[in-house]
Design a binder for this molecule. Structure first.
Ligand SMILES: [Fe+2]
Length: 202
């Protein structure tokens, strides 16, 4: 299987008024994400054990395999970024009632959810990701992963929403201020409609 860069679900300039400029998206999607896809295809091409496998199968197969670390990193980054683009929207921040109810029941309130999500985004030392996950026990939870780590690898649940906290995600717009980037995501960019649809489909 040859993997390809998914199109952004919005125009590259569509988030500029919401705190993520066109330059960020062109670099992040067109350069960083494309580089992971290109590298992954090159690695799969050289390894018969990976050919014909889905992206999720490759991630699970390469997880914690020192000899497949580059495969894991590029496959994980391709999967994570593909979810990240869907986690953004020009009309973000609004939480649909179905998801709001679940956030209140599992976190004790929407603000508590936001606090925990932001804490995960800030608490991830170095590069990584903050996640809203539907756990295998049916409860929502917040997790963080380093580098290319992903819930796909661990089977801990279904990822509903993700924030990229690699510096390349926010440096142009927020310089080194990851806390402001996380606040802005939750208030103006997070696609909670998408998360709610993912929850409903689970
Ligand atoms: Fe990224």
């Amino acid at each position: 299987m040859t993997f390809s860069l998914p199109s952004l679900p919005f125009a590259p300039g569509a988030l500029a008024a919401r705190g993520m400029c066109q330059e960020t998206l062109e670099l992040h999607h067109g350069k960083h994400h494309q580089a992971y896809v290109t590298a992954l295809n090159g690695l799969v091409d050289k390894n018969d054990a990976l050919k014909g496998k889905s992206l999720e199968e490759i991630i699970r197969l390469a997880h914690e395999r020192g000899d497949l670390a580059a495969v894991f990193n590029n496959a994980g980054q391709h999967w994570n970024h593909s979810l990240f683009w869907n986690s953004l929207t020009p009309n973000g921040g609004g939480i649909p009632g179905s998801l709001e109810k679940k956030l209140i029941s599992d976190f004790g309130g929407v603000e508590k959810f936001k606090e925990q999500f932001k804490a995960a985004a800030l608490g991830q030392f170095g590069s990584g990701w903050a996640w809203l996950v539907l756990g295998t026990d049916g409860r929502l939870k917040i997790t963080k992963t380093g580098n290319a780590g992903t819930p796909v690898a661990t089977g801990e649940g279904k990822a509903l929403l993700v924030l990229d906290v690699w510096e390349h995600a926010y440096y142009v717009d927020f310089r080194n201020r990851r806390a402001d980037f996380a606040d802005n995501f939750l208030a103006k960019l997070a696609n909670f409609e998408f998360a709610a649809a993912q929850l409903a489909a689970a």
